[in-house]
Ligand binder design. Structure first.
Ligand code: GLY
Length: 356
């Protein structure tokens, strides 16, 4: 099974896609490491805890629980866990194993970045979204009321262990939400992935192992390449925000409680498609993109959401620099462009079209 190198200033590490790798987790804890702290959520632990326990073998570990859910992705739970770690004997040689979906991997990664000014973290994502995106590339953090991921740090893991077997127990809604991030990779960079998602939707939805492994591996390959080229999002990494700018506004506007992150990204990709068409950036594949996003839906109701309120939130997104909102707009399947200076009225119309 494939392994992809992620090269960053902090370290170079592997994102490994392999069925059953959970059972070998202990191999990725360095010799000489101190106490191991598995940071997870109750629901993940209930379903996958036994498999990780087996994977850690004779390694002693403590289990720490985060509440789970985007609305709980705040600083306060991390302070509580840091206190608990000290109480349980953590020191600078301790290792955190981040075991869960994107909220857990982001939060546990941030805890590792902050604890005693930085300890090692091993990322073991258990949702499709975290496997193809959140757990790779060192972005860690939590939300503020004012916006998503507004406090955080770059903290690269020891490795990312991606076991597609765990996806079999994922609730269908979570699986669909992750698939929207996979669609994103197809649109920004991989026509072969996009057309596979289009043509083999029933197999993707049924979780056919060969297809799942292919879409996960291709997504991880792209993520690893992009992060290796531009860890700090000075240029190329911005393309990973396709669908995210407007998606983040939707999540914040609904207090992080109505939409899963991937669902908000789906909405953002629909709006970006309309915006690409309105600004003349989109040259082809408009219907194909909209159809592919719809094929992995539905997303929750957009009832009651006001376009002008989403527009106002864009200015507060952390991707907005010196008042300029950066949009990633599609040109065709496999090609996007980062665009600034789009008139607010045009953005408003695109959001209205996506809400319609
Ligand atoms: N999730 C976007 C990034 O990692 O840059």
């Amino acid at each position: 099974m494939p392994s992809f190198a992620v090269s960053a200033p902090q370290r170079t590490y592997q994102a490994i896609v392999e069925r059953g790798i959970l059972g070998r987790a202990a191999q990725y804890i360095p010799n000489g490491a101190g106490k191991v702290f598995v940071v997870t959520s109750e629901d993940v632990w209930r379903v996958q805890g036994v498999a990780l326990k087996q994977g850690l073998g004779s390694r002693a570990f403590e289990t720490l629980f985060l509440p789970g859910g985007e609305e709980t992705k705040r600083l306060a739970p991390l302070e509580a866990l840091a206190e608990e770690m000290v109480h349980k004997g953590a020191d600078r040689t301790s290792v955190i194993v981040a075991f869960g979906g994107g909220v857990v991997t982001d939060m546990a990664g941030f805890l590792a970045a902050m604890f005693m000014r930085g300890i090692d973290v091993l990322q073991i994502p258990t949702t499709l979204l975290a496997q193809v995106d959140a757990a790779i590339g060192g972005k860690t953090g939590v939300n503020l009321v004012a916006g998503k991921n507004l406090i955080g740090a770059f903290h690269q893991p020891l490795a990312v262990l991606i076991d597609p077997v765990v996806l079999a127990t994922l609730p269908e809604r979570e699986y669909r939400a992750g698939l929207f991030e996979v669609v994103k990779y197809g649109i920004i960079s991989s026509p072969s992935l996009f057309w596979l998602l289009t043509r083999r939707q029933p197999e993707v939805m049924a979780g056919a192992p060969e297809v799942v492994d292919e879409i996960v591996s291709e997504s991880v390959r792209i993520k690893a390449e992009v992060v290796s080229a531009d860890e700090r999002e000075g240029g190329l990494r911005k393309i990973l925000n396709y669908g995210h700018t407007i998606g983040h506004a939707l999540e914040a506007e609904t207090s992080y409680s109505r939409f899963l992150h991937g669902e908000a990204v789906a909405f953002g990709m629909i709006a970006a498609t309309h915006l690409g068409a309105a600004t003349g950036h989109l040259a082809e594949h408009r219907e194909e993109m909209l159809d592919c996003i719809a094929a992995y839906g539905p997303i929750p109701s957009l009832e009651g959401i006001a376009a002008d309120r989403l527009l106002a939130r864009l200015a507060r997104d952390k991707k907005t620099i010196q008042g300029k909102v950066h949009f990633v707009l599609p040109r065709r399947v496999g090609e996007v462009e980062v665009v600034t200076g789009v008139p607010s009225e045009t953005v408003l119309r695109a959001i209205e079209a996506a809400l319609a």
